[in-house]
Design a protein around this ligand. Structure first.
Ligand SMILES: C[S@@+](CC[C@H](N)C(=O)[O-])C[C@H]1O[C@@H](n2cnc3c(N)ncnc32)[C@H](O)[C@@H]1O
Length: 238
């Protein structure tokens, strides 16, 4: 399965397309935008915004917004669906991420969903339970080696514990809705998926219907690359 299909398959389990109607869609950290465009098509997006820190990015069908200063400059309450696929660990955590998540909350409508896919580097007890790594340093070294391979500077990367990142995002007015975890060992690494959604007067009543156990069952027999301690979370703004 190619990576776009795989991302959509996982996202789809936590957020079936009928839960969003022709959304105005924002993807944070679009990369080459193949996932952005795939997700947009899958959910029937009526408008696509792509946030990037790469100057002069131009991609047909996507309105590019420069968030190199971490601020999302879109109209208030204009976005129905936001995603961040493997991009939040590249955002400077003390100054940058607060600005970004605060402005994300501002531009999201109440009831909008925010789906996050990122690395999950938990405490050592969790690391031992969920992977064949013994220490946090081993995980960090492994993930750094992967990033170096793809030309990223490990010094600019923050590996969050998924629970800490969830709490962080919730502080800005989102509520965590659900998680998904890939199958566990024999792999060295673990992935999980979650979703986030804006809450409030327009909260979709079916948002809580996806149960992690159903998601795990669905994926039990599938082979997924789970070597990078990845998690997914879905949130909702309140
Ligand atoms: C690992 S790549 C992920 C790309 C894409 N989402 C994917 O999954 O293929 C991380 C992305 O975060 C982007 N990024 C880093 N800082 C950013 C910022 N301040 N605003 C928006 N994107 C940023 C990088 O340009 C890069 O495209």
């Amino acid at each position: 399965m190619n990576r776009v299909k795989q991302r959509i398959e996982v996202m789809n389990m936590l957020l079936p397309p009928h839960k969003v109607n022709k959304p105005v869609y924002l993807d944070i950290g679009i990369g080459d935008a193949t996932i952005t465009l795939g997700v947009a098509q899958h959910y029937g997006a009526s408008k696509i915004y792509g946030a990037t820190n790469i100057a002069n990015t131009k991609i047909k069908g996507i309105e590019i917004i420069d968030t190199s200063d971490y601020i999302i400059r879109l109209p208030n309450e204009s976005v129905d669906l936001a995603t961040a696929f493997m991009s939040l660990h590249h955002i400077e955590p003390k100054h940058g991420l607060p600005l970004m998540i605060d402005s994300l909350r501002r531009v999201c409508k109440k009831g909008a969903y925010f789906f996050v896919r990122d690395h999950d580097v938990g405490n050592e007890e969790r690391i031992k339970q969920q992977s064949s790594f013994k220490t946090k340093q081993q995980v960090v070294d492994y993930l750094n080696s992967i990033h170096i391979k793809y030309g990223d500077d490990p010094l600019t990367i923050t590996y969050w514990d998924k629970f800490d990142l969830c709490r962080f995002i919730e502080r800005y007015g989102f509520k965590h809705l659900a998680d998904y975890n890939y199958p566990l060992p024999p792999s060295r690494v673990r992935d999980s998926h979650s979703r986030v959604r804006l809450s409030g007067s327009q909260v979709h009543p079916s948002g809580s219907q996806v149960r992690p156990s159903e998601v795990r069952d669905t994926f039990k027999t599938k082979k997924i690359n789970n070597k990078q301690m990845i998690y997914h979370s879905l949130f909702i703004a309140i």
